[in-house]
Design a protein around this ligand. Structure first.
Ligand code: KG4
Ligand code: ZN
Length: 342
């Protein structure tokens, strides 16, 4: 039997310190995620300096735990893959330095992975039989991108947000509503009890030909609604507000994702990133895609938010292509998809 390709993945781009061991690109032997959410919650968002310090404190034990849980020895590893951008530069540097140190001491190939690419590859982790071409809607706290994938590593950006990312809009509205951080899952949960048609919110760029998004107008509209109600001393219908806001985000995301599939003549649409866990998005996309004969896919929630198994998976396909990085690899805060240069 051919030997397995075993990759150690490392992810520290934002507020999750994560390490994972994945065999042959899909067999998750371990996926340790140490979330800093409780630390950042009191600030209502991620504080970059604190995130970097926490990563430094945690990274060695998280990697050790991932190796132990996987039951593999360092000598069993084939390569080390690490997120080197985009993200918070101080946070990224912790993962990159650790991965470089391991690759150097163990004499293993180093693989630099783009964070967006790794979110996309969570789909291959969940479904290694996924076939190209596909359109992927990447929706996270930092990004809202529509990407066309023709083959492994072959990306074309079709559209992106011109202002706020979808997750960012969820988080800011949730914060103003007093729901807490991160807001996306809380709005999602609350919206189940609300009426999505109760409050009319704008669907920006919905009818326009562009595959770009814009969520700042919607966010402001929700914040204005809240302020007006509070100024008048009226009780805010929290569940209706959550449901109506979420529906406005979902309508635009679904419409554009299906328009992108049509434009590229693609029959499969996949979701990636933290917001891909949103129940309304999954439900609406499933319904509309069925009507249009499009197949959809999305990873389980634990693989949608930041985790190192997706990094190891993306690293596996890069390793197969011989796409390894030199030990001079550096963190690149604004790294663009498909434009990686070491
Ligand atoms: O991908 P991710 O873990 O980190 C980034 O790369 O940004 O995404 C985090 C984002 C946060 O904005 C969070 O509120 C959002 O994903 N999120 C959700 C849901 N779960 C996480 N947004 C809406 N509905 C959810 N169920
Ligand atoms: Zn992410």
């Amino acid at each position: 039997m051919a030997e397995k390709i075993i990759i150690l993945g490392v992810e520290t781009s934002c507020d999750e310190t994560s390490a994972a061991v994945v065999a042959d690109g899909h067999e998750i032997l371990s996926n340790i995620i140490s979330s800093q959410i409780p630390v950042h919650r009191k600030f209502g968002g991620v504080v970059p300096e604190i995130a970097s310090r926490k990563h430094v404190e945690l990274i060695s034990s998280v990697i050790a735990e991932a190796m132990e849980k996987a039951g593999v020895a360092y000598s069993d590893l084939t390569a080390v893959a690490v997120t080197y951008g985009p993200g918070l530069v101080g946070a990224l540097l912790v993962g990159v330095s650790s991965a470089k140190a391991l690759a150097y001491t163990l004499n293993l190939p180093l693989i630099g992975v783009n964070h967006i690419e790794s979110h996309i590859y969570a789909n291959f982790l969940a479904n290694p039989k996924l076939e190209f071409p596909v359109v992927c809607l990447v929706v996270s706290g930092g990004h809202t991108d529509l990407v066309f994938l023709e083959s492994h590593g072959n990306y074309r950006l079709l559209g992106r947000t011109r202002d706020d990312a979808a997750g960012e809009a969820f988080d800011k509205v949730a914060r103003a509503m007093g729901l807490g951080y991160p807001g996306g899952p809380l709005v999602d949960k609350l919206s189940v009890e609300g009426n999505p048609e109760e409050i009319s919110f704008p669907r920006v760029l919905l009818e326009s030909d562009t595959l770009d998004f814009s969520f700042s107008g919607l966010k402001s509209s929700a914040l204005n609604y809240l302020n007006k109600a509070r100024m008048k001393g009226e009780e805010v219908p929290q569940a209706d507000l959550a449901a109506s806001f979420q529906q406005a985000v979902v309508d635009v995301l679904v419409h554009k994702a299906l328009a992108a599939a049509k434009k590229c003549n693609v029959k499969t649409v996949i979701l990636a990133g933290g917001v891909a866990s949103n129940s309304g998005l999954r439900r609406e996309l499933s319904k509309r895609a069925l009507e249009e004969g499009i197949t959809i896919g999305y990873p389980p929630p634990v693989l949608c938010t930041d985790n190192a198994a997706m990094v190891a998976c993306a690293g596996y396909y890069k390793f197969l292509r011989g796409d390894t990085a030199p030990l001079t690899l550096n963190a690149v805060a604004s790294l663009k998809l498909g434009q990686e240069k070491y």
